[in-house]
Write a protein that binds this ligand. Sequence first.
Ligand code: FAD
Length: 456
Amino acid sequence: MERIDTDVVIVGAGASGLTAATELVKAGRDVVVLEARDRVGGRLWTGDVDGAMLEIGGQWVSPDQDALIETLDELGLETYERYREGRNVYIAEDGERRLFEGEIFPVPARTEGEIVGLIEKLDQLVAEIDPEQPWAHPRAKELDEISFAEWLGTQTDDEEAKLNIGMFIAGAMLTKPTHAFSALQALLMAASAGSFSNLVDADFILDKRVVGGLQQVPLRLAERLGDAVKLGQPVRTIRWNPESPDAGVTVVSDGFEVHAKQVVLALAPILYDRISYEPPLPRLQHQMHQHVSMGFVIKVHAVYETPFWREQGLSGTAFSPYELSHEAYDNTNHGDTRGTLVGFVSDEAADEVFRLSAEERKQRILESLSHYYGEQAKHPVVYYESDWGSEEWTRGAYAASFDMGGLARYGADLRTPVGPIRFACSDMAGKGYQHVDGAIRMGRLVAAQALEALGA
Ligand code: FAD
């Protein structure tokens, strides 16, 4: 086992950990980044699948995500717009395929009125929520004790309106069913994007992509950090002495024993308990970390010889709360002559199809895409389903959120350091929550705090 002495050791080479490391190095500090996988990026991962470049993890950038946009500029990365010309598709409960433009789905007039009313109501509530401290809202506890499904039921009896509004936060964002998270959690999700209206506006929230893939952010950050980033190094043990916290901390991975003054855990909170702490983490952390869990979604890519839907005047944007793939988009890469669709299968629907054989699952998912785009969608030349639930060092997608009541009860404590141990991850961000922007914000924040603690 090799011994290294440094100022700060960072556990996890995702966007958050690499941002923290970069900021610390800029301030003249020594860092070591220990990453469990044999690659950097965590939930950012651009793969080559049968000759197709696919973004298996995070990819979209929205205009309000200034921390991410600043990082892209600093790294010299270019962006391009998601293809969106033409009409969108909505599939109704009876299977009817309806084409539309704009954000409001082509639903019966009463349902449309209810949807518009719900969006207004949610925008008002979201405006009262500070995404950095949703627990500080005067009605936080009450809103955290009611599931989003129940809350929607108190607002309208229109099932289609409830399903559609629920879908934006549940299937599309937290990737948990609406009965599994609270109204407060839903409000945080929307507040982190500026408003509920922003979340329902695909042209806003899924605005741009990065030429060559968003994983280039961690790849380029890691390249600059050079030898400080150690791959294939799952951290197993963190040791420190509460009697003399200034004595620092020892972080043990499979190949290194790193002695540092501070440690930053830059991983999803659901993975903290993979590490042994000596002494054990305090009671509050033991309890709190059990109330956070990962959502679950399958991101499906289907690549075709041409973007055939564009010839039909379709934008590729498609939604239906009644479909297995509740949303799908044109995900054609910049400058690519082939056409790529991306669809999402979320939470309970994802559980269901993962019980099938791979071939049956593929058929079911392509069948769903064909309802939006026609028969041709059933015959891709490349097909790929993400399987983040099987990834030992992530265990779900997109991100982690509190269970019912957890946000009001513990939210304020999630970022609180324990001795020399600090925490940073997109899953504890306010603005940019569960997004790369939030990961970068948390990386910057924790670096500033570590510098202060180091007496910089
Ligand atoms: P992570 O990326 O999870 O990084 C944590 C790192 O820690 C990992 O590399 C992990 O291997 C490592 N690690 C874990 N345990 C240990 C250990 N014991 N020792 C050492 N290393 C360890 N966001 C967007 O902004 N736009 C999108 O379009 C978008 N789409 C997404 C689609 C999918 C399918 C997924 C999965 C995510 C998506 N996200 C999106 C979310 C975004 O990717 C994440 O919020 C962000 O990348 C998280 O960064 P992070 O650094 O906080 O955590």
